[in-house]
Ligand binder design. Structure first.
Ligand SMILES: [Zn+2]
Length: 286
């Protein structure tokens, strides 16, 4: 497919999903926002644009290109196994999702990688725009891991394309500040990571931050013992973000880009002196 057409299709898909979730957030929000949209959205969307440009410029073939490359040479475990396309595509999708889950765990455990990933967690609110807020270095590393996985397993092009579109949509969905009936959340949670499930991961409490790593399928967390059904303080009472980077200036795109390279101990020290502007909105449980 022409790369420009592919970019247009992906962008249109993103815009439709984003707009639908934004309307849902406005109509039925789950929590009151602490910092609000105005100081965050231009910067969260700005960093997303930086990410898209960085990948286009530095890894233009991306994961789909890697799948075409592997298919042309018959490379990868799924090719060697001689599976039917539908089976190979299904397995390929599962492999990619498991790798993204494992990568997320590693980004929490390895201090250098956590420096990159914590920028995503430093958002003071949790809404659809948080779903696109990742440091460009994390996005580039993630793309290289995806490319290596696609080539090693020979994942079919169709599976890579569907996986990327699905991850795009679910990342926006599971960060959305949307309310839904508890029964619907319980049913959806069997198939996909829901906003209530992923919000636990954005808690300021480290034991909660280190849980619910899944982005797409909710099964890996249950399988590997990293699942936490609800936040201890409830969805309305919990505090979103990190103990560091709680100043409102840290929501700006220039600060987002430099957060990995700033001394977190100095920032934590500053936090001890209490810049209390962005503490949790209220303490009632939900
Ligand atoms: Zn995380």
């Amino acid at each position: 497919m022409d790369p420009t057409v592919e970019l247009l299709i992906r962008s249109a898909f993103f815009a439709v999903v984003f707009a639908a979730l934004a309307l849902w957030e406005i109509g039925a929000p789950r929590r009151a926002l602490v910092a609000g949209r105005a100081p965050r959205w231009p910067h969260n969307l700005g960093i997303l644009l930086v990410d898209v440009l960085a990948v286009r410029i530095l890894v233009p073939t991306a994961a789909v290109g890697a799948a075409l490359f592997a298919a042309g040479r018959g490379w990868g475990l799924l090719h060697l196994a001689g599976l039917r396309l539908s089976v190979a595509a299904l397995l390929g999708f599962l492999v990619l999702d498991l790798v993204i889950y494992a990568q997320h765990v590693v980004f929490h455990k390895v201090p250098l990688l956590w420096r990159l990933h914590r920028m995503h967690h430093a958002d003071l609110d949790f809404d659809v725009s948080t779903g696109g807020r990742f440091h460009p270095f994390e996005i580039l590393i993630s793309m290289l891991i995806k490319i290596a996985t696609v080539i090693a397993f020979g994942i079919p092009v169709v599976a890579v394309l569907l996986f990327e579109l699905a991850l795009n949509a679910t990342s926006l969905f599971n960060h959305a500040n949307v309310a839904m009936p508890p029964a619907l959340d319980r049913i959806l949670r069997l198939l996909v990571v829901t906003p209530d499930m992923h919000r636990v991961h954005h808690s300021v409490l480290r034991r909660e931050t280190d849980s619910n790593f899944g982005f797409n399928l909710p099964w890996w967390d249950r399988l590997f013992g990293t699942y936490r059904p609800q936040p201890e303080l409830g969805h309305s009472g919990m505090t979103i973000g990190l103990p560091i980077f709680r100043d409102s200036r840290e929501l700006r795109i220039d600060r987002l880009l430099t957060q990995p390279f700033r001394d977190d101990r100095a920032e934590a020290g500053a936090q001890d002196q209490k810049p209390a502007d962005f503490q949790r909105p209220h303490t009632s449980k939900s």
